[in-house]
Ligand binder design. Structure first.
Ligand code: ATP
Ligand code: IP8
Length: 240
């Protein structure tokens, strides 16, 4: 099995509220369509999730203002998910939307009911209610929960940079791309969005790698690089 995350930084314009990148998303899904293996897809929130989450102070303690935000963010995420699903349905085949908000405790089990029938589950980072709190589960966390359950051969993260660098390549001209990231390598990473940005992603990737899944991060604007995996000229980062 392959589990694949479409990062919010590639499928949306992360700074412009609810701006879907249709062409970039289609290009990635066309490359994924060539994989001859069982697949689960997860996508992030980008500007459909993070902008309102900041505005409403989510995650945080449940109150009436946050409940309004909960509802709006979930609707925006459903909208993004439906746009992604319609491309998947067109280019890969039957798929099903998997909102974590309504099945936080057992989404892994639900996913296997669909993969068994060759229906591709499509998860997304989502809001949820947990007692007196409104939380956010990131697409990265969903990837790591799915990996723990399904023990996939590979997990692939598409994002808007070539891989993991020694520091943020957008702010540091001297940042170097890391071909491999092993347990104890230190990078200078800040937690720039509500679910931890690149630092949160690396935490989840390390968990997945420890449990035996090969984890890759690839530039979603060059999605053909997915076919370079395992070759010496692969451009991206492998997490072991
Ligand atoms: P989303 O969380 O919305 O799904 P995403 O998964 O595509 O988005 P981000 O969480 O936005 O990705 O993380 C990608 C960003 O992380 C890059 O745009 C880059 O600026 C930033 N970043 C910070 N530190 C690093 C680093 N050491 N290496 C690579 N990127 C980094
Ligand atoms: O973009 C968070 O998921 P991520 C989604 O994978 C929301 O971090 C709702 C902000």
């Amino acid at each position: 099995m392959h589990i694949i995350k479409l990062g919010g930084s590639v499928i949306t314009a992360k700074g412009r509220y609810r701006t879907f990148m249709q062409k970039a998303t289609s290009r990635i899904i066309e490359e994924i369509a060539q994989i001859k293996d069982q697949i689960i897809i997860v996508h992030g929130g980008g500007s459909f999730g993070h902008i309102l989450a900041h505005r409403y102070g989510i995650p945080g303690k449940l109150d009436s203002k946050k409940l309004a935000g909960f509802s709006r963010i979930h609707m925006d995420m459903l909208d993004l998910n439906s746009r992604v699903c319609s491309i998947i349905d067109d280019k890969i085949g039957p798929c099903i939307s998997m909102p974590a908000a309504v099945m936080m405790s057992d989404f892994e089990e639900k996913a296997s009911e669909f993969t068994y029938r060759n229906v591709l589950p499509v998860f997304f980072g989502d809001v949820y209610i947990d007692g007196e709190r409104i939380g956010i589960i990131s697409g990265d966390r969903i990837m790591s929960r799915l990996a723990a359950e399904f023990k996939p051969e590979r997990a692939i993260f598409f994002t808007d940079v070539d891989g993991i660098y020694t520091s943020n390549p957008r702010t540091d001209r001297n940042a170097k791309l890391l071909k491999e990231l092993e347990g104890d390598v230190r990078t200078s990473i800040n937690r720039e969005d509500v679910t931890g940005g690149m630092a949160g992603k690396i935490d989840e990737m390390r968990k997945m790698a420890r449990s035996g899944t090969e984890v890759f991060i690839i530039n979603g604007r060059k999605p053909e690089r997915i076919h370079q995996i395992g070759k010496p000229f692969f451009k991206g980062t492998v997490i072991r």
